[in-house]
Design a binder for this molecule. Structure first.
Ligand code: ADP
Ligand code: MG
Length: 641
């Protein structure tokens, strides 16, 4: 290999890319035609970049070339060749962009194909490695490219996709742009036939904003549908356009097409996808909204047009009021863009709200996919109310996980004198429903929202209130206030004063027994069924939140707990009797420890499982002893069931 100068030479592909190539060259895939889409998409990106440079008055070479994409195929030689008059690459850029720098999406993509049943590679473009898809169809690839920078030499990249590639400079007279030739594999020869290439372009690349010529004939219809009036765009066009910009094959779940003229001119077309890719275990995806200024794409992954919690949207935003030479840094502070972002955020949130009214089932799907991300919007002060309207929950008033309610519904069905919105979080419906904190709410017929997602612990207190009602966790509720709410049922009979006095003394004895393990033992106002519960002394945070915080930061100690006991529970009443007979009775310690351990189990704060197990064994053992020593009635043998 002749080492000409600089970046020319023989190189090895970066390890991850090699792995990717290995997968792409050695298996048979469905949707192999996506390589055509990916090469066209790269050509269009390169043309966009050169267009922007021209409009900004930057110096480029061959400035009079038409901005277009040419595809030529040769059935006999089995070649597929695509040329663009775009930005091109220098030898240095070639080496970096194709072969040596692996995008962060490479590993995610490898995993995604490995997991897909029919080896569907159509997602490849979403991961920033679209170029390599050409190796599904080609046994050898050649790239000739000349950078738009004046005075750069053209160069040639060659590879068979097996471990290495070469870059050479060439003295051929080449004009600005890139030509990629795929020497097709035997079984991919159909990609050198007109019908097959044409159908791939029609399927995937109809919206490419530059002419695509196939053997000299224009095949795409160029149309920026987001600039067209809504009335003239058909549902089919929206769906097709979505597939085009999302490099995918699925329909969108819903979309919003929107134009504004005063005080700012802009057009937007935003789509909600059907699937949440972050949910599928891939890392955070790149922002998927393209920003156009005066018909030029200035940013294919605009971060500043939507808040982060709407990052799952795909689409296009275009404004003629933004300067063309807007850079990522200045975007953030551009006052027009800030206004556009606010308007768009409001629009899309109310689009989702009205969808929720009109098509609740459709909205539920969106919430189930993207709710997790939308909830991050709780801290967007300006749109807090709109976001709060979008939240959905299971609750003590719903049947199962298929039935979700909104905060609005919750407030509408609150008893008249209920002032707050209550929620309870836990790992699952089952564990939340068993939480003793819920008992008084159940008893009073007060609905409680169920939350299973750690972010709820931040999001709900973050929203703070909805339609004037404060949102709080049940373990922070003021029990006196709860008792006053005239839900369905009223308090049943109380225990007599004499008994109550004994129970009060019993609580002090219990505190003695438990010692440092507990801050205090008190008679509870919130228990209905369970004998005891642990309650946090922390007034500013729910117990769940405290747990999250101490998990995040090992140093934060969980605040001390108070054990509350249910004065009407048969077990407590029995203990009171034992206490009355003999306040020092040793069985009281055992029972108290047992109560404490079960309460901490329900609280999720058992720190010594061994102690717990030992205690249970002791009790079981005692039961066995009682049985054999005292009763031993042979007639108590378990009957056949
Ligand atoms: P992506 O398009 O998502 O960046 P690809 O794997 O498709 O990922 O392409 C990798 C990179 O190679 C591009 O970002 C670009 O820098 C460069 N590239 C590919 N094709 C062309 C082309 N036709 N003209 C100029 N640069 C190109
Ligand atoms: Mg690409």
């Amino acid at each position: 290999m002749s080492q000409v100068k600089g970046k020319t030479g023989n190189y090895k592909f970066k390890a991850e890319i090699n792995q990717l190539l290995d997968i792409l060259t050695h298996s048979l895939y469905t949707h192999r035609d996506v390589f055509i889409r990916e090469l066209i998409s790269n050509a269009a990106d390169a043309l966009d970049k050169v267009k922007l440079k021209t409009l900004l008055g930057e110096k480029i070479c061959d400035e009079n070339l038409d901005l277009e994409i040419k595809i030529s195929i040769d059935k006999d030689k089995k070649t597929f060749t695509i040329s663009d008059t775009g930005i091109g690459m220098t030898a240095e850029e070639l080496k970096k962009n194709i072969g040596t720098i692996a995008r962060s999406g490479t590993a995610d993509f490898i995993k995604a194909v490995a997991d897909s049943k029919d080896k569907d590679v159509s997602l490849i473009g979403k991961f920033g490695v679209g170029f390599y898809s050409v190796f599904m169809a080609a046994e050898k690839v050649e790239i000739k490219t000349k950078s738009a920078q004046p005075d750069e030499t053209a160069c040639i990249w060659k590879s068979d996709g097996k471990g290495s590639f070469t870059i050479e400079e060439t003295s051929d007279k080449i004009k600005r742009g890139t030509t990629i030739t795929a020497f097709l594999k035997e079984d991919a020869a159909s990609f050198a036939e007109e019908w097959s290439v044409k159908s791939a372009i029609e399927k995937y690349s109809n919206f490419v904003p530059f002419p695509i010529l196939l053997n000299g004939e224009k095949v795409n219809t160029i149309s920026a549908i987001w600039r067209d009036p809504k009335s003239s765009v058909k549902e089919k066009d929206y769906k097709e356009f979505y597939k085009f910009i999302s490099h995918g094959d699925e329909d969108p779940e819903t979309w919003l097409h929107f134009s504004a003229d005063v005080p700012l001119q802009f057009n937007a077309l935003l789509f909600v996808p059907k699937k949440n890719m972050e949910f599928l275990g891939f890392g955070k995806l790149e922002e998927g909204v393209q920003l156009f200024v005066k018909r030029v794409m200035v940013d294919p992954h605009a971060k500043e047009v939507l808040p982060n919690y709407l990052r799952f949207l795909r689409g296009v935003v275009e404004s003629d009021d933004l300067p063309l030479n807007i850079s990522r840094e200045t975007l953030q502070e551009n006052p027009y863009l800030i206004k556009i972002k606010n308007t768009l955020t409001s629009k899309i949130l109310s689009h989702l709200s009205s969808l929720a009214e009109k098509e609740p089932e459709k909205y539920k799907k969106i919430w189930n996919e993207f709710g997790r991300i939308l909830k991050e919007g709780y801290s967007d002060f300006q749109h807090k109310d709109q976001i709060a309207e979008l939240f959905r929950f299971e609750s003590s008033g719903t049947e199962d996980k298929d039935e979700l309610i909104s905060l609005k519904q919750y407030v509408e069905r609150m008893p008249e004198n209920q002032e707050k919105i209550y929620f309870l979080s836990g790992q699952s419906r089952e564990s939340v429903e068993k939480n003793p904190n819920l008992e008084i709410f159940r008893d009073k017929g007060i609905e409680v929202l169920f939350c299973y997602d750690p972010i709820d612990e931040f999001a709900l207190p973050g929203l703070f209130e909805f339609s004037g009602k404060q949102i709080i966790s049940v373990d922070q509720a003021d029990i006196e206030e709860i008792k006053k709410i005239s839900g369905t049922k009223q308090d049943k009979k109380e225990i007599d004063d004499e008994k109550l006095k004994v129970v009060e003394k019993l609580t002090r004895r219990m505190k003695n027994i438990l010692g440092d393990r507990i801050e205090d033992v008190k008679i509870s106002g919130r228990l209905v069924k369970s004998p005891a519960i642990l309650v946090s002394t922390n007034k500013t945070m729910s117990a769940q939140m405290e747990k999250i915080m101490s998990m995040l930061n090992q140093d934060t100690a969980v605040s001390p707990k108070i054990m509350e006991i249910n004065k009407k529970h048969p077990l407590i009443l029995k203990m009171a009797d034992i206490y009355k007979n003999n306040p020092k009775d040793a069985v009281l310690s055992e029972l108290t420890n047992g109560l404490y351990l079960t309460a901490s189990l329900l609280d999720g704060s058992v720190d010594k499982p061994a102690e717990m197990a030992e205690h249970i064994l002791k009790v079981v053992n005692r039961a066995a002893e009682l049985y054999t020593d005292e009763t031993r009635p042979s007639n108590r043998t378990e009957k056949n069931k």
